[in-house]
Design a protein around this ligand. Structure first.
Ligand code: 8YV
Length: 312
């Protein structure tokens, strides 16, 4: 008999298909009466498959008494009540290491595209305006100062890439890095003051909520560029939009938004931003490997061999 698993929000089609072949999958997002569904099926669910940007609401976890495993297609656990999972001995797995390079690559892409105005230059060229006037000047990236908020695996991968651009590297993190020359600051305000590029690579949990506000943006200053590949919740978006509208910072490269997939419509009218729709891990190679990770974690669990990439 197939094990019963619960899928919270749509997963990539290839992954969905494999899961449907191997398990009796319930799709929460297709239920019109969630309470009725949970009263009928909640007690049979042993595993959940969810995404980093979706997680698992605490009330839902409470309605799944047989839950043993939460597999996350991603690394973000900010939308999962980890304390409740620990108390109930529920194992949580993430796609550790798999997406690190891609997220770091996108951070650099956003740094380059904001400072060198790649998107605006592309629009300029396609419009034919090049025949009337020369393109606007961008700003240099190489040799500038980057401040990385959060030096976990992704933050460190961003720093290594920045080192390749001869940037001066600083960071805030609870642990000191052994890397010679990387300067550690005690708080975000100091880091922002140091930075030409302030890059957010921290988890999106409650302690980091709206940590980038008007004060931090003032500290970043008129030459500064904010890059966010973490979570929209880390930034006070009203403050950021105001700072961008009034040019109190130079620009922003944003892959994540507080109310995504819907975003504050004011972002779209700003010309000093480069915006991407939460694609930092969205390459075919990485998404394929992330899907395999979810499949392998579930398989290991149900074979009694345990999860392969549980969080510590
Ligand atoms: C994914 C993410 O975009 O890892 C995360 O936490 O947010 C991203 O890698 C997401 O999980 C896929 O929907």
């Amino acid at each position: 008999m197939k094990q019963e698993i619960l899928i919270i929000q749509p997963l990539m089609p290839e992954l969905s298909e494999i899961l449907h072949q191997q398990y009796h999958c319930h799709r929460l997002y297709e239920q019109t009466d969630v309470a009725l569904f949970l009263s009928q099926h909640g007690h049979k669910i042993r595993a959940v498959a969810t995404r980093g940007d979706v997680g698992l609401a605490a009330e839902l976890m409470a309605a799944l008494p047989a839950l043993e495993l939460i597999t996350v297609f991603g690394v973000g656990t900010d939308a999962i009540d980890l304390a409740a999972a620990r108390d109930r001995n529920i194992t949580v797995t993430i796609t550790s290491d798999i997406l690190t390079d891609d997220v770091a690559d996108l951070a650099l892409a956003l740094m380059l595209s904001t400072s060198r105005q790649i998107v605006a230059q592309d629009t300029f060229l396609r419009s034919g305006a090049w025949q009337q006037r020369p393109p606007q000047l961008g700003n240099k990236l190489s040799g500038k100062r980057v401040g990385i908020m959060g030096l976990g695996k992704i933050g460190a991968a961003i720093a290594r890439r920045c080192a390749g651009f001869d940037m001066q590297i600083a960071y805030c993190n609870s642990r000191q890095s052994d890397e010679p020359g990387w300067q550690r600051f005690g708080d975000l305000h100091q880091l922002a003051q140091f930075s030409d590029f302030l890059v957010l690579a921290v988890p999106g949990d409650a302690r980091n909520r709206k940590m980038v506000d008007a004060e931090i943006l003032s500290a970043l200053g008129e030459q500064g560029i904010l890059i966010n590949v973490a979570r929209g919740a880390v930034v006070n978006e009203d403050d950021l939009i105001e700072a961008l509208q009034t040019q109190r910072i130079r620009g922003a490269g944003l892959d994540v938004f507080d109310s995504e997939p819907g975003i504050d419509s004011r972002f779209a009218s700003l010309n000093n931003t480069v915006l991407t729709p939460h694609i930092a891990s969205a390459t075919a190679e990485t998404r394929q490997a992330m899907a395999q990770n979810v499949v392998d974690n579930l398989a290991g669990w149900f074979k009694g061999e345990g999860a392969i990439t549980p969080i510590g």
